[in-house]
Design a protein around this ligand. Structure first.
Ligand code: ZN
Length: 352
């Protein structure tokens, strides 16, 4: 009998094994990342798990802050994290840095009041096409299309895909395949596929970005609070290893300059779009290291932060708080280092 990943997680979260890993794999602390915050999830609604993973309930966010407070974690900003890496000394308390990717409106309307209430700093890594309202949030459109249809087919140039989408499993598989197809395509091809989807299934991508993303006034308002750091996340959230060096620098430096102009503050931190080994590797990190003056840049590799990361400030790993888990015991498995150790085959310092 095959044991599912979620069963293994449940067993691990009940087993008192954190203390075995903590001395070696918890490091000095962790950078957590999330995307959207929502009020309450409809437990009966059919969802694509990858999408549900990107949504944290606001109550869970608060529970998590209280849990971490009780466990004596210290909440710090990215500037403070950078200072600690530059001026290393062992601290008795472990730290947590909260980060949000992309620039969703709910970061202001739902998350910000919770952080304010508990006086906890956090960062929003902003993709400029969100406040510019030009972002193509195709993943939401794709989820809607797959949930609404029992068969999926699309023809773009010489590309033809057709998948049965009757069952939840089929919908999930199709979502995974199309997501990979879109992300791994060059920008022009991506646009062609997205436009073909809109046309075939009568959807308007514009409504998604209008409703879901922060505008510049809201970004500015957030940036005026000393608890909030606005970081960069590129102009258009493209796949960096599909771009040449000049294109990457336009995406990165163009984003930094435009945000700085809008908030009247320096942007000192960056998160690579996507950030897995499928998109970000040595070449991309070196391009940023050699041509930008950010203090830190983060990936989506799974790992905790160690003082030795001073050598790799442009490839800092993070821990995703998954909206389809929302479980404090599982969060503890990440922070104590159990899951990062397993994922990285017991490598301690995760960079690339
Ligand atoms: Zn992103």
């Amino acid at each position: 009998m095959a044991i599912s990943k979620s069963t293994i997680l449940k067993i691990l979260s009940k087993a008192p094994i954190g203390f075995l890993f903590k001395p070696f794999y918890s490091g000095e602390g962790s950078i957590l990342f999330m995307h959207k915050v929502v009020l309450n999830k409809d437990k009966n609604a059919s969802r694509i798990p990858l999408m549900a993973a990107n949504e944290i309930e606001v109550d869970f966010l608060e529970k998590m802050i209280l849990f971490l407070k009780k466990k004596k974690y210290e909440f710090i900003s990215l500037d403070e994290l950078h200072y600690r890496l530059e001026n290393p000394e062992k601290k008795s308390k472990k730290f947590i840095v909260f980060t949000f990717d992309d620039g969703y409106k709910d970061n202001l309307t739902l998350a910000y009041p919770i952080f304010k209430k508990h006086n906890v700093p956090f960062t929003i890594y902003l993709t400029n096409c969100y406040p510019n309202k030009t972002a193509k949030l195709w993943w939401y459109m794709l989820e809607d299309i797959l949930l609404e249809n029992t068969i999926f087919s699309l023809k773009v140039g010489d590309l033809f895909v057709e998948h049965s989408c009757k069952t939840q499993k089929e919908k999930e598989n199709t979502f995974g395949k199309l997501r990979t197809l879109i992300i791994s395509s060059a920008p022009e091809k991506q646009n062609e596929i997205i436009e073909a989807l809109e046309k075939k299934y009568s959807k308007s991508l514009q409504t998604y970005v209008e409703n879901e993303s922060l505008n510049w006034d809201e970004v500015k308002k957030l940036s005026e609070d000393s608890l909030v750091t606005i970081g960069g996340h590129s102009l258009n959230h493209l796949t960096f290893n599909k771009l040449n060096k000049e294109e990457i620098l336009t995406e990165v430096l163009g984003s930094k300059q435009e945000i700085e102009k809008n908030i009247d503050k320096e942007v000192a931190h960056f998160a690579y779009p996507f950030g897995t080994s499928n998109e970000i590797n040595q070449r991309e990190v070196e391009i940023l290291e050699e041509n930008t003056n950010f203090k830190t840049a983060t990936t989506t590799r799974m790992g905790n932060i160690f003082l030795d990361h001073k050598q790799s400030c442009f490839a800092l790993p993070r821990i995703q708080v998954l909206g389809n888990q929302q479980n404090l015991s599982i969060l503890n498995l990440y922070l104590t280092g159990v899951l990062p150790a397993i994922k990285n085959r017991f490598k301690k310092i995760v960079t690339l």
